[in-house]
Write a protein that binds this ligand. Structure first.
Ligand code: F0G
Length: 451
């Protein structure tokens, strides 16, 4: 580990330790809180370790044309801002990152906005944003000589971990809640050779158990409590700033589950700002599902001072989390950037997902909370028509095909959930229909489908 360049700082009591001193569960021994990676040289204005903004912007762009695997990774292209390894020779990469930023023309039009974009993290190698954090943390595991890595997961973390572990020649252990993950994700963990345990508990129960397991055996924990995960997951902030020519959008909207991603993106933008690479930070808002909304409740009940775990229920299984580990980090990001935290219903998620699909993008249900949340923010006058907004789409549409098919078949939502949304849903549904194998029958199927 390159402990000369980075250290870990407890977000609770401020204690500082070296990377090598971290406990297996990545909790502070003094106060029990989480750590974040800190780069001491950057704070000193004249410090010789402080990167030069102009040179970095040029270098990062040049690397996009390089044939080197490290340069072709959208995470390690920015390696000056994540010096967490002793040797970049230990990097395990699948060419993650460099994901597309798409303009959302139809959604922008219907919301009366000029500048609406989707940063599609589902276009990563295993189909979710988790790859950007897995390349960084798993590279640390490899450098430290671990043979086993593990995570508790609602599906995407396990898919990413299993793939990167397989590339590195490490063994991986996955704990997932039985019957509460999408099949596509489970299939990936199997395909990449993980030992996959389906437990009769929820995600929060899986994570609790894993915290004990890593204390008892030499297994490296790869959940987002591991601060090195967030170092990779902060890099989409760099890509977004670069795509806007080092200005930043007015507003970034992120789904909230265990709350590692919103924390990481906030850290990314903060570092760009502190290093003088951008002039301000975007407002960062977190959207949760109504049935899995502990952070929303925390803001409503205590302005983010405390969080009561909830028993989580949502069909957006990726964010079916009642006791989010990184909630304090996310509170800080939302408060520092004047963001909002709100929740959306099951019908609002399903409609937003179908709308993103109808724009030719598609995403998994958890990602669609961002558009559903933006609609609410627009309706409440909290986002102006001229503001530039980026939605972070976290997972690929093929991750949870059952959800999509059930929506279009009309079997996804209960009657009481649909109430008030009937017309919108009917307009979006495109169920596959059995048609006779004749020209006339196929042409007849087109009638009335002009919109
Ligand atoms: N979107 C998707 C597609 C996810 O898979 C997750 C989390 C989130 C959003 C929420 O991100 O937890 O950083 O707030 N999935 C984790 C997993 C929990 O195990 O795959 P978060």
């Amino acid at each position: 580990m390159n402990d000369n360049l980075h250290q870990l700082r407890c977000i609770g009591c401020g204690a500082r330790i070296t990377g090598a001193e971290a406990q297996p569960d990545f909790r502070c021994v003094l106060c029990g809180e989480l750590f974040e990676v800190e780069y001491p040289g950057w704070g000193e204005r004249q410090g010789h370790d402080r990167p030069n903004p102009g040179a970095l912007k040029w270098l990062w762009r040049e690397r996009r044309c390089s044939p080197e695997p490290l340069d072709r990774s959208g995470v390690w292209r920015f390696r000056e801002l994540l010096p967490i390894l002793s040797s970049f020779g230990n990097v395990v990469t699948l060419r993650e990152g460099n994901t597309p930023l798409y303009a959302l023309h139809r959604a922008a039009k219907s919301l009366g906005m000029d500048q609406l974009f989707a940063k599609h993290q589902g276009m990563n190698p295993t189909g979710s944003f988790k790859d950007t954090g897995m390349t960084s943390a798993l590279s640390v595991a490899k450098e430290r000589g671990f043979e086993w890595v593990a995570c508790a997961s609602t599906g995407n973390t396990s898919a990413a971990m299993a793939a990167y572990a397989a590339r590195a020649g490490l063994r991986s252990l996955v704990l997932i809640p039985e019957g509460k993950t999408a099949w596509g994700k489970l299939a990936q963990a199997m395909d990449y050779g993980a030992v996959t345990c389906q437990l009769k508990t929820d995600f929060d129960g899986c994570l609790r158990l894993l915290m004990q397991i890593v204390k008892e055996s030499p297994i490296y924990l790869l959940n987002s409590v591991n601060p090195y995960r967030l170092e990779g997951q902060k890099t989409p902030a760099f890509e977004i700033a670069e795509a806007f020519n080092w200005t930043v959008p007015d507003h970034l909207i992120v789904p909230g589950g265990n709350l590692g991603n919103s924390s990481a993106l906030g850290k990314g933008f903060r570092e760009l700002y502190e290093l003088g690479l951008v002039a301000r930070m975007p407002r960062i808002s977190v959207i949760q599902a109504e049935g899995a909304n502990p952070l929303v409740r925390s803001f409503n009940e205590s302005h983010g001072a405390s969080l009561e775990p909830v028993e989580a229920h949502t069909r957006a299984t990726a964010i079916r989390i009642g006791n989010p580990a990184s909630w304090r980090k996310a509170v800080r990001v939302i408060q520092d950037t004047d963001g909002w935290c709100l929740d959306v219903s099951e019908a609002e998620i399903a409609i937003a997902k179908a709308e993103l699909g109808a724009e030719g993008l598609g995403c998994e249900p958890a990602s669609a909370v961002t558009l559903a949340g933006l609609k609410k923010l627009r309706a409440q006058g909290m986002v102006a028509s001229g503001e530039t907004v980026v939605l972070v789409l976290t997972g690929h549409t093929l991750k949870d095909a059952d959800y999509t098919i059930n929506f279009h078949r009309g079997t996804l939502l209960e009657k009481d959930e649909i109430a008030g949304h009937e017309a919108e849903i009917a307009r979006l549904q495109r169920n596959a229909q059995p048609v006779e194998a004749t020209t006339a029958a196929v042409l007849a199927a087109l009638k009335g489908r002009a919109g």
